[in-house]
Design a protein around this ligand. Structure first.
Ligand code: MD3
Ligand code: FE
Length: 217
């Protein structure tokens, strides 16, 4: 066993790191609720299955997605938007379970964004090889609210740049249980995820799941 594995969970307790102005990385913040979170995600996926949505340009995304909450993010040939109904089945999205909602509100408060009231949670599933190209999140109405992201399962290399696509991105690793809060000056930075490296996570197997909590409306 590598030395790094021996120390896992010993020195990796909750730790807060300011990675950019307005962006806080809360290491391991979601670990205490990991099993409840995974159970809640399984229940959502049972009602609103993961699907590979089509970009407006006509490519299927490598990341599979679903949502919970009042609205969910969808994309198809006509563009990106938040919708109250799952287009697959034309039913309202599953409610946002309190274990998810309370975690997001607690993380936002921890990072200085008291009163965060998310109405959407996008759930992304990365299988080995899946990636997300550099983009900005700008489909929400109110950029003064932060976005809270929760990483579960296999680790991924996340990249974030600046306000211009051409700004050279910085890279860092997101691990199981890490929570990121993006607000203030960092709310509109370009960001993406490199192709997921294969592995076997003890709770989630060969995948990474990322939750992003948003105030969309
Ligand atoms: C920085 N998801 O769903 S989470 C997305 O890991 C998305 O699935 C990635 O980007 C993922 O839109 C990255 C970290 C993240 C999320 C939202 C942000 C970083 C952000 C919004 C603004 C700036
Ligand atoms: Fe994003």
């Amino acid at each position: 066993m590598a030395t790094a594995d021996l120390f896992e969970g010993v020195f990796d307790g909750p730790r807060r790191e300011e990675i950019a102005p307005g962006a806080a990385l809360l290491h391991g913040f979601a670990r205490p609720q990991e099993r409840d979170l995974i159970g809640a995600i399984e229940a959502i996926v049972g009602r609103a299955p993961f699907r590979h949505m089509m970009t407006p340009g006509g490519h299927a995304m490598s990341v599979a997605m679903t949502s919970c909450g009042r609205v969910g993010w969808v994309t198809d040939r006509s563009g990106y938007r938040y919708a109250t109904h799952d287009p697959q089945g034309d039913r309202p999205w599953p409610e946002m379970p309190s274990v998810l909602r309370d975690l997001a509100i607690g993380a936002a408060a921890e990072a200085g964004f008291a009163g965060f009231d998310p109405d959407a949670c996008l759930i992304n599933r990365y299988a080995p090889g899946a990636r997300m190209a550099l983009h900005q999140d700008r489909d929400e109405q109110d950029f003064s609210a932060p976005i809270v992201s929760v990483s579960l399962g296999l680790p991924a290399i996340f990249q974030f740049g600046g306000m211009a696509r051409s700004d050279k991105p910085r890279r860092f690793e997101l691990r199981h249980g890490d929570v990121l809060v993006w607000g203030g000056e960092s709310r509109l930075v370009y960001h993406g995820v490199l192709a997921l490296k294969d592995g076997d996570h003890e709770l989630l197997g060969r995948q990474r799941i990322n939750l992003t909590f948003r105030k969309a409306l």
